[in-house]
Design a protein around this ligand. Structure first.
Ligand SMILES: Cc1cc2nc3c(=O)[nH]c(=O)nc-3n(C[C@H](O)[C@H](O)[C@H](O)COP(=O)(O)OP(=O)(O)OC[C@H]3O[C@@H](n4cnc5c(N)ncnc54)[C@H](O)[C@@H]3O)c2cc1C
Length: 484
């Protein structure tokens, strides 16, 4: 086998590709993930609500409902092994009329049919006990105690870190543009002329799964982007529920929510809007107004003054609204993992198991467990919220813990250096790995310090450092001159 020949190559390092990658790395296989960006999790997986859903929103007949519950259940073990931020907060669906309570009863029935554990229909008194910040006019609702929240990027990074620790190759800046098949091996070519070969290819390309399918002569389908805008409130916002608060859902989305993020902020949104442009990440004032109206109807204390940033993400939606996960009928040795819209983050661990089953049962790939597989990854010490005594101990061992780079989120130089040494060399990669630049000032104070540290650690000149690859340079000449 050539050094660039693999048993399995996964296209895409979002939460789906990364989950598949980690599972592949637990078998005696030569596997790689190829990704067009310089880091993992720069696609749909970076811009979502971070909810581990409660398995009551989708009909039992759908593949996404089955994988949602199974995926949810797999999070505790993954959290134990990989240590990413995750918490089982619970979900409340808040109803404000007897008409809305009818939908709540349907959701409950659906949840029970899906096997969702512990869900209950509640009256207003029980809900206000669970969640004192709810609007007291609430009529009742649904409570799903086993749902939760996760930091999506830390989850994806930890999966990729674990996969690489166990021998998987992560090939970055590799945009797949062409392929050929000789009856045994796929040759996969990048836009800059590199090539890798693979016995099996898995299409986990998110919004571009339709394009990748076309490149490999697979099924013709169209991924429709459906935009969701979200607004993030400061840690000090008084609107900080214990549970994720949902409205009664509309036909095409779960509605606009109030989310206590696992990092301690509150997020409100998302909207749901069909669009054509797969690169549109704009947010609008009118949607902000809609989100604030809906969120304030459910939870008290939500204020426009507390908004620290906004973003939007695009759900990759297929015509039939379900996941498409199967061995291609048209392209040989090619597996489609497409249409992974919500609850894709929740379902990802179960999607990975489903894909490995297809590889083994439908494609005849021999899967032998790797005896040397290491499930845990090393943990990074973080200074946010630790005691002064513990901080002193850390500084004693490594003085870089005493240099605060990001003041809002309390991120030290040691944490930035750790991120860089783990392969995150763009501003966004470091931001998603460490949370630097995610607080109230949104990187106003720390970006230039991080640029200097990246340059010092990697030797990359400051004016060559990008926000997220593909020519997204940060500095103009004036700033780079000042910093050098
Ligand atoms: C607003 C919003 C809120 C959401 N909220 C939730 C939620 O709370 N809970 C939940 O469970 N789900 C949620 N989802 C859904 C979830 O985010 C997605 O299902 C999931 O992130 C999809 O992951 P993915 O790996 O399939 O796609 P991606 O993360 O997009 O990964 C695909 C990767 O493929 C790469 N790629 C594409 N083309 C090429 C190419 N030619 N060559 C090489 N690489 C390529 C991309 O760069 C990308 O990194 C939400 C989605 C949105 C938009």
């Amino acid at each position: 086998m050539n050094s660039m020949d693999y048993d399995v190559v996964v296209v895409g390092s979002g939460v789906v590709g990364a989950s598949i990658a980690r599972l592949l790395s637990s078998y005696e296989l030569k596997a790689a993930v190829i990704e067009k960006f310089p880091d993992a999790c720069f696609g749909v997986s970076k811009a979502n609500s971070g909810i581990i859903h409660g398995a009551f929103h989708h009909a039992t007949t759908t593949l996404k409902a089955r994988l949602e519950l199974k995926g949810n259940m797999m999070y505790d073990q993954l959290h134990k092994e990989l240590g990413f931020p995750f918490k089982r907060t619970g979900i409340i669906v808040a109803a404000f009329s007897s008409e809305e309570m009818k939908t709540v009863r349907l959701l409950y029935k659906q949840g029970v049919a899906n096997g969702a554990p512990g869900i209950e229909i509640c009256g207003s008194e029980r809900l206000l006990n669970l969640e004192p910040g709810l609007n007291p006019d609430i009529a009742g609702g649904l409570y799903a105690p086993f749902a939760g929240v996760v930091e999506p990027y830390r989850f994806v990074f930890s999966l990729m870190e674990s996969a690489q620790l166990n021998g998987l190759d992560f090939i970055r800046d590799f945009e797949v543009v062409r392929s050929s098949y000789d009856g045994k091996l796929h040759q996969v070519f990048s836009s800059d002329g590199r090539a890798v070969a693979a016995s099996f290819v898995i299409n986990a390309a998110g919004l571009y799964a339709d394009k990748i399918s076309e490149i490999f002569n697979g099924e013709k389908f169209k991924i429709h982007p459906r935009k969701g805008e979200e607004f993030l409130l400061d840690r000090n916002s008084p609107a900080r529920p214990n549970n994720v608060i949902f409205p009664v859902p509309a036909k095409e989305s779960k509605g606009m929510l109030v989310i206590p993020t696992v990092e301690g902020t509150t997020m409100i949104g998302p909207t749901s809007e069909k669009i054509d442009d797969k690169e549109d990440s704009s947010t609008t004032y009118s949607n902000m107004e809609r989100i604030f109206l809906q969120a304030s109807r459910m939870v008290s204390g939500i204020s426009r003054r507390d908004v620290i940033t906004s973003f939007s993400g695009l759900r990759p939606v297929l015509e039939n609204e379900d996941f498409l996960i199967e061995k291609s009928q048209m392209a040989p040795a090619f597996i489609q993992v497409a249409g992974i819209q919500s609850p894709g983050l929740t379902a990802a661990p179960a999607i990975a198991e489903y894909v490995l089953e297809i590889l083994s049962k439908d494609c005849g790939l021999k899967l032998e467990k790797k005896k040397s597989f290491i499930p845990e990854i090393s943990r990074t010490e973080k200074i946010y919220g630790i005691s002064p005594e513990k901080l002193d101990e850390l500084i004693e061992k490594n003085p870089a813990y005493g240099n605060i780079v990001c003041r809002c989120e309390q991120i030290s130089e040691a944490e930035i250096v750790d991120a860089i040494r783990k392969g995150h060399t763009t501003i966004d990669g470091i931001k998603f790995y460490t949370r630097s630049g995610m607080g109230r000032c949104q990187g106003g104070f720390c970006t230039y310090k991080i640029l200097k540290i990246i340059s010092r650690e990697t030797g990359i000149p400051i004016d060559h450092i990008t926000r997220r690859g593909n020519g997204s340079f940060i500095t103009g000449e004036r700033i780079s001159g000042e910093l050098k």
